[in-house]
Write a protein that binds this ligand. Structure first.
Ligand SMILES: Cc1cc2nc3c(=O)[nH]c(=O)nc-3n(C[C@H](O)[C@H](O)[C@H](O)COP(=O)(O)O)c2cc1C
Length: 191
């Protein structure tokens, strides 16, 4: 079993990465291989709406100059996909939006590439808007026939400066429980 987590923050090693790593630690502890991909500092731009992926049907985006085709390949090989975003003006970051639109379209163009994989969204927030971000991230999983795993609260951690989220006890507990629930379900469906 393998999990890949995409961190959509514009800054490296921030609160979103911390929350994702908290989930990944629980997966590792239960024998699941994990990988965190930070979009910060990587090239990624929005979907050009060319529909080339629907024409070619080769599991790839036509535009090959950024991280997207690498991300699609990582999603395809993983059993578990996590998407993390900070809250920016009550919405998702432009980086994770670009990833969702482009990897999502390639997935749909090729018969729902991520079908029946497990998915979960993780959100960092200073104060307000996180539920909208959580909902937006979950749209990626739910339109792609993925199975969304929940926790004891919505998967949100509060903090402003880098690392501040570590002080949100309930947020950290929510991430650990999420990791445990994903690992539990992964074991059940391993087959
Ligand atoms: C452009 C921008 C917009 C933001 N908008 C919001 C917001 O709408 N609500 C909020 O509570 N925090 C907002 N924040 C704060 C971040 O969500 C918060 O600092 C979060 O922990 C950042 O996660 P990161 O460390 O992974 O980047 C914003 C930050 C930035 C840079």
């Amino acid at each position: 079993m393998k999990a890949v987590a995409f961190c959509g923050s514009a800054r490296k090693n921030g609160n979103t990465a911390f929350l994702l790593n908290t989930v990944l630690e629980r997966l590792e502890a239960q024998g699941i291989a994990t990988e965190l991909v930070e979009l910060a500092g990587r090239d990624i731009s929005g979907c050009k709406a060319c529909y080339g992926c629907f024409k070619n049907k080769d599991n790839r985006c036509v535009f090959d100059s950024d991280i997207v085709n690498e991300a699609v390949a990582r999603m395809v090989e993983a059993d578990i996909i996590l998407l993390g975003s900070p809250t920016y003006f009550a919405g998702i970051s432009p980086e994770i939006k670009a990833l969702i639109d482009r990897c999502g379209m390639v997935g749909r163009a090729n018969g729902d590439l991520y079908k029946r994989k497990l998915g979960a969204a993780v959100v960092a927030v200073r104060r307000a808007g996180a539920i909208h971000v959580f909902d937006s991230l979950n749209h990626f999983f739910l339109i792609g026939q993925m199975i969304v795993v929940g926790s004891s609260y919505w998967n949100i951690g509060r903090g402003r400066e880098k690392g501040e989220v570590a002080g949100d006890e309930e947020g950290i507990l929510t991430m650990r429980t999420l990791g445990d629930n994903i690992a539990w379900l992964a074991e059940k469906i391993k087959g």
